[in-house]
Design a protein around this ligand. Structure first.
Ligand code: SF4
Ligand code: SF4
Ligand code: SF4
Length: 252
């Protein structure tokens, strides 16, 4: 019996999340027992047309042709899964504002240059998405969990608690108590608070948790730092979210 077909495609990004899949090494052989990866530009010459059981989408489409390609995969796939923060949140490509992008286009390419690129947006802005695998890059443990759920015929599920929960399990002192900014309370768990454990803040690359209390966190952050710094934190990964536009931006 033929195996369900999987495609892995990428748009504007750094390809780091696909490298995480490649780095699963022998675990990829388990995946191959259940699925046939028929289109994966980064690693194989084999390229079959749809329909596909599922397509994993890395990166954000920023040109008309990339948007058309994304729509093609949506039409051809039973499931579409976002792979990493560039796909799920517009991620790193979304950091630059429209104004700054246009300014830099002129500086780099000259005044006559006609850019094709649009503002980076999450892939959900263009097509229906069935599940988002968060992270920048996505974690290997998450990928294994995701693929196991997929192979078992289950619907992948989100963790409905924040990074703070995992941060406490890891035994970290709380940055907010130490008067240092952190977006852990509003960020979906799954990374085991790796940044905080490594001495940095959480910048929200896993996206917003369910019902995040952003106003409460803003009150705390306003007592810790200035608005410019708060903007810097929120615009690392979350600037394209509705919550940032409606709740955070008007308060900056
Ligand atoms: S989410 Fe991060 S690691 Fe993954 S493709 Fe985007 S920039 Fe690269
Ligand atoms: S350091 Fe950040 S992630 Fe950890 S408990 Fe405090 S706010 Fe939450
Ligand atoms: S701690 Fe925050 S920024 Fe770091 S990986 Fe986890 S969710 Fe992403």
């Amino acid at each position: 019996m033929s195996k369900p077909k999987i495609a892995i495609c990428d748009f504007t990004d750094c390809e780091g999340c696909q490298v995480q899949i490649i780095s699963l090494r022998e675990k990829l052989l388990d995946l191959e027992k259940h699925f046939d990866i028929v289109d994966w530009r980064l690693v194989q010459a084999k390229k079959e047309k749809g329909p596909y059981f599922a397509t994993l989408v890395e990166g954000t489409p920023i040109t008309p042709s990339e948007i058309e390609t994304l729509k093609y995969f949506r039409e051809q796939s039973k499931y579409i899964f976002g792979l990493g923060s560039c796909a799920s949140l517009a991620g790193i490509p979304g950091i630059i504002s429209k104004e700054n992008r246009e300014k830099w286009y002129k500086i780099i390419y000259g005044a006559g240059y006609k850019p094709q690129g649009i503002d980076a947006l999450p892939i959900q802005a263009f097509v229906k998405v069935d599940f988002l695998i968060h992270g920048c890059p996505v974690g290997q443990e998450q990928l294994v969990r995701f693929f196991e759920e997929l192979m078992a015929g289950q619907t992948p599920s989100y963790r409905n608690y924040s990074v703070c929960f995992e941060c406490k399990v890891e035994g970290n002192p709380c940055r907010l108590v130490e008067k240092k900014p952190c977006l852990g309370p509003i960020t979906q768990a799954g990374c085991k608070a790796v940044c905080v454990s490594g001495g940095s803040a959480c910048y929200g690359c896993f996206g917003l948790r369910t019902e995040p209390n952003i106003r409460a966190l803003l009150t705390i952050l306003n007592n810790i730092t200035d608005k410019k710094e708060i903007e810097r934190y929120f615009t690392m990964f979350l600037s394209r979210t509705e919550e940032y536009q409606k709740i955070v931006k008007p308060n900056l």
